[in-house]
Design a protein around this ligand. Sequence first.
Ligand code: HEC
Ligand code: HEC
Length: 290
Amino acid sequence: MSASNLASAAARGFSCFALAASLASVLLFSSPDARAQSQSESSDFNWEFLPDDTLDKGFYQSYLYGVPDNPSDDWVLAYGGRLYDLWWVVLLVDPPAGRHPSYPKAGVAADLETWRCVSCHGWDYRGRDGNFASGPNYTGIKGINGKVGADPKEIERILRAPEHGFTEEMIPDNALSALALFVANGQDDPTAQIDSNTRRVRGRPDEGRRLFQTICAICHDFDGRAYITGEGDGLNTLGAIANSDPWRALHKLSNGQTYADMPALRALGRQSLMDLMAYLQTLPEEPLEP
Ligand code: HEC
Ligand code: HEC
């Protein structure tokens, strides 16, 4: 799909986003007062997977839960990418109960995790043909890379069909269209620059160092060990994440982190992201306080 087609697809998908009326109470926090109100209204939301101090840090901001009036393609794709990561956190809705019926019986994921797109399709978008081909994350389910360039409407239908069962109460139509645009136009092809065996990223660490020290260090410190709690899997420095799971690091770099003030950097372009990734792989892997 060309850039202009993408722009018009985004505009179509997001005409309702501009209104955002139906979602305004949860999605579009226009003023600090409205934010505070929504915060209390969603007080029974399950926060257990958020870092304990998230609420104290004032992370309720339009950057995380709002929608720009005039969304750019990059914003739409990054938003879709965050939905792929952890949609109910992005949408501030309660996650479904129980296990996703399509998650394999033998799979080891906790019930909640089985509802994340990434749990079945992988951080490299290749499902059973990629990094999830074996090991604890194996599901035997195919990737979403076969739908690169597909009609987003077709992808929306796939997500509403019984095999997925994502209802409008779970993922509203406008969010679903962002997700579909991400699948169609926002997936990177990490196989080109990340060696699937060694996990080494083919990028220029010296270029990445320039970006890292001037953009990332403000939050993650010069050694990439600050401001990282990870996903509870012991990967809690940027060096560890980039070396163990470069696909996850790349996804979060491109699209941001669903509950944190982490910029979505896809607008930097692929080369810069790969340079950054190559530099992250040189950073220390041991956390400051084990
Ligand atoms: C519990 C597992 C599971 C979850 C969670 C899940 N899917 Fe799927 N997905 C499947 C299965 C199973 C298929 C069908 C695969 C097949 O046809 O072999 C599929 C197929 C797809 C396809 C079509 C792939 C193709 O080439 O035919 C897309 C696109 C897709 N899923 C996107 C998503 C997105 C986006 C999400 C998150 C909102 C998601 N899936 C969540 C299990 C899952
Ligand atoms: C404004 C602060 C901020 C800036 C700037 C920032 N980040 Fe982050 N980043 C965060 C926060 C907060 C998290 C979430 C930490 C967590 O949940 O463990 C995060 C998460 C991440 C993750 C995902 C960690 C995981 O658990 O998978 C990666 C990778 C990352 N950042 C890399 C970078 C890089 C590289 C840059 C610079 C290009 C950068 N960040 C800039 C705040 C920031």
